[in-house]
Design a protein around this ligand. Sequence first.
Ligand SMILES: [Zn+2]
Length: 203
Amino acid sequence: MASLDYPPALRRMIAQLKVLPGLGPRSAERLMLHLMGDVPRVANLVEALQEAAQRVVACPECGFFCESDADCELCFHPQRQRHLICVVEQAADVLRLERSGAYRGLYHVLGGRLSPLDHVTAEDLRLESLSRRVVALGAREVILATGSDVEGEATASFIRDLLRGIPGLMVSRLAQGLPAGGGLDHADELTLYQALNGRRECS
Ligand SMILES: [Zn+2]
């Protein structure tokens, strides 16, 4: 006799859930059981997912999320400094930097970073539109805020070369160093190396 399993509809639901990041087969099963106990919540969830999938697109200029029938809140914001462009890997990085409150310029989302092992090449990133925007906006500074790992550094280096030669443009890199609130005993050697290289005069 075949072993008993959930009905096909629930098995399909588990199959869809378990491929989501952070969810394995067991957590997908738990989530399914949780949702099945609350039918109105399922309806709300489905509606929210459909609305987001249908209405939210990547802004053709900066690549951040925007609603298809509205202007991008970043690109069309009247108080943003339009001569500054901060380049990030993912759209979610924009919000991380925004929460710091330290930046009021424009952004450019690459949609990833150069990674030969994952077959991500320059053509897969939003680099052409970056060059075009830098020229069209008359940008004075591009801040490279890609990650500090090998791929993030390689991506930053590639962009530095790409933008070299644009008159009046400074290309900068986010400083790297000690985490806020931490002593030297918590920093690894690479972090200390970068902190020493990125030192600046006390003012
Ligand atoms: Zn935009």
